[in-house]
Every structure is written in structure tokens, then in C-alpha cells.
Design a protein around this ligand. Structure first.
Ligand code: SF4
Length: 279
């Protein structure tokens, strides 16, 4: 299957199981969404949602927040990551909204990006959710999941992933796919322990199919004859060679024949590794 077909299957598969396809940041209007999204950088949505009710009661709009000093905002957000920087950004952002945009949150990605503390990802999230602009912001979940599933290749940065995903998907699907991939990464395809066996898009996942192709364990290996076993030449050895495979990943290989068909005699498992993105 090519990447466009894979993307369509993933979209369909995730739509079937994820009903709420929107942000998990609590907010009531574009201002609150902007503040919550800015606060969510390097922090979980869950934690941000614990501080925003009191923050929004004290500063319900850009006008009230623009009159506050960072020191007055800080106590409300002290329990989330980087509270010092974020309180400075919030105070400055609110002033910029008042001075440059007549107190209204700007509706385009370009204008949002002119605000303090608002990067490309935050601007896209706000423009997409609050104003319906077609956007596809890439966070760590999307970065990991898109690579694992095989929706992108050779995409070293979030911007590369964003460009490749946008080429694969119809514009009308960008916003929904953004939420689907984030939620799938947050609750199912997690960095350390992806729940592959119960995954609704297992059938379309490149990483899973690569895992399935790995040879199963060899039973009855004799540890005393060597730390490793070459299943190609059928002999034991102590010190493996190290070679790069086609994906550039370092693999153990047999020092006699160079085969990567090597097994650990302690566990019987293959030593073959598959590239992963554990972020
Ligand atoms: S099969 Fe596993 S790696 Fe692939 S998307 Fe599902 S959880 Fe992630």
C-alpha cells in the first residue's frame, strides 16, 4: 500500500474508535484557548486544566490580563512547567492583543505567530480550533505516531512531518487528523509501551508489520557454547560484529559470515532491532 492509501486507512480506522476529536484543553473562547495552548508547551493538558479555571476567573479576557504584571500571573500557574517564562509571555501577549489587534485574538497563523510565546504549533492549534483554519500542527505524539505508522519518511523535524502529512491528506481532513493522531499517541501508541495488540490501526501500521516479520525465538540454545548463535551458519560465538542495516540502524552480526540472523542464547530472542521513535 502506498502512503496515501495508508493515511486514508489510518484516518478511517481512528475515526471509528475516537469519538471526541478535539482538544482536551478546557476553554470557552479563543482567548482562553490561546492561553491554555501557550501553557501546554512541555506540559500535559491535564495539568493545564487544573490551573486555568482560577486563572480565567482572575483574568477573563485580554483586557484584564494586559493590565497584570507577570508576578501577578505567576501564582496561578506556578505548578506547571516554566511558570516564570510563561507568566511573562502571557502578560506580553495580552498587551500585544490589546495594542495590535484591538483586543481581539487574531485569526490567522501568521498574525498569531507575532504574539509573545506563540510559536508555529500554538498558532496552528488556535487558528484551527478557534477559527476553522485548515492546519495540522505536529507535536511529539504526532511526530512519533506518524513515523511508526509509516506516514512519513526521513522527516527529522516536526516541520518536515507537517509538510509530508499535508501532502498526504485532503485539506478538509487536516484538523481532524491532528486530533486523531494526538489522541492515538497519547492513549494508545505511547512512547514506551505502545498497545499494539489492541491497536485499531494495526493492519495499516508499518512498524507493526516490521515487528511481525522478525523471527520468533529459538528454543533450546546452549548458553555454555557462546553468548550468541548464528542461525545462518548454525554456530555459537562470543563476540558479534556490528554493522548498519539498510535503515542505518546498527545490528549485531555473525563474525564469520556477516549474517544478521543472530540470536541471544540467554533469551533465545533475535538480536534484530527495528527503528523506533520513543519520544
Ligand atoms: S500497531 Fe503499535 S506502533 Fe502501530 S500504531 Fe498501533 S500502537 Fe502504534
Amino acid at each position: 500500500m502506498n502512503r496515501k492509501e495508508r493515511a486514508a486507512l489510518v484516518h478511517e480506522g481512528l475515526r471509528r474508535v475516537i469519538e471526541k476529536r478535539t482538544t482536551e484543553l478546557d476553554h470557552g473562547d479563543p482567548f482562553e484557548l490561546l492561553v491554555a495552548t501557550l501553557l501546554s508547551a512541555q506540559c500535559t493538558d491535564e495539568r493545564v486544566n487544573t490551573v486555568t479555571p482560577a486563572l480565567f476567573r482572575a483574568f477573563p479576557d485580554a483586557a484584564s490580563m494586559s493590565k497584570a504584571e507577570p508576578e501577578q500571573i505567576f501564582p496561578f500557574i506556578r505548578s506547571i512547567s516554566y511558570p516564570n517564562n510563561k507568566s511573562k509571555h502571557l502578560a506580553k501577549m495580552a498587551r500585544q492583543v490589546m495594542e495590535n489587534f484591538d483586543g481581539r485574538i487574531p485569526e490567522t497563523v501568521q498574525k498569531l505567530e507575532t504574539l509573545a510565546g506563540v510559536g508555529h504549533k500554538t498558532a496552528q492549534v488556535v487558528a484551527g480550533i478557534a477559527f476553522g483554519v485548515p492546519t495540522l500542527a505536529v507535536d511529539t505524539h504526532i511526530f512519533r505516531v506518524a513515523h511508526r505508522i509509516g506516514l512519513v519518511t526521513d522527516a527529522p523535524t516536526p516541520l518536515h512531518v507537517e509538510r509530508q502529512l499535508k501532502r498526504l491528506l485532503p485539506v478538509d481532513d487536516w484538523g481532524e487528523m491532528h486530533h486523531l493522531l494526538i489522541l492515538h499517541g497519547r492513549y494508545h501508541c505511547t512512547a514506551r509501551s505502545p498497545l499494539c495488540e489492541t491497536c485499531p490501526i494495526q493492519f495499516a501500521c508499518k512498524w507493526y508489520s516490521q515487528l511481525a516479520k522478525l523471527p520468533g525465538p529459538v528454543i533450546g540454545l546452549n548458553q555454555k557454547l557462546g553468548r550468541y548463535y548464528c542461525a545462518t551458519r548454525k554456530h555459537y560465538f562470543a563476540e558479534p560484529d556490528h554493522i548498519s542495516d539498510r535503515a542505518g540502524l546498527e545490528q549485531l552480526s555473525c563474525p564469520k559470515c556477516g549474517s544478521m540472523n543472530v540470536f541471544d542464547t540467554r533469551t533465545g530472542k533475535t538480536s534484530r532491532r527495528i527503528k523506533d521513535y520513543r519520544i
